[in-house]
Design a protein. Sequence first.
Length: 193
Amino acid sequence: MKKIAVFCGSSIGFNEVYRNEAIKLGNYFIEYNIGLVYGGGKIGMMGILADTMIEKKGEVIGVIPGLLRHEEVAHTNITEMIVTKTMSKRKVKISKLVDGYIALPGGFGTLDEIFEALTLGQLGIETKPVGILNINGFFNHLILQLDVMVTEGYLKQSSKEMLIISESVEDLISQMFNYKVPEMTKIINKVVK
């Protein structure tokens, strides 16, 4: 994987552990020459991740919709900033640039983006790994909700298993590198094409 999209909050959260793990992820990307594609912000988790990589001359590509570009939000010191007209065009552009997706703690936008990536995978439109870095158990309730969706017949177990979950940066990226596209996704992909 040459470039990975990271979806995360424009807030830093209340616990220092989130900040520390964002720095760890940025340093991992630097060590293994992985480019970052992200929302283009300079605040919160996004800013920490981007700043960590910029400091060490890593590749950082921001994709930001024009409505969020004002000076308080957009990072001005990254490798490249791509401005899109809408949030939906932002997601399409990110999709074209990356080989995989990771979610760090965040809010509605983070969940929207990671679930769109999972939906594209479920439909066979994409075959990229999608992971969650479950820092401090942040996503535990979300993972339980996915189990409820399986139990109640709204999500197939094979679709749930497309989501790679780990509490460790190293383990998460390793699983992503070894990701195998589910058979169901391969079949759907052939039908769609």
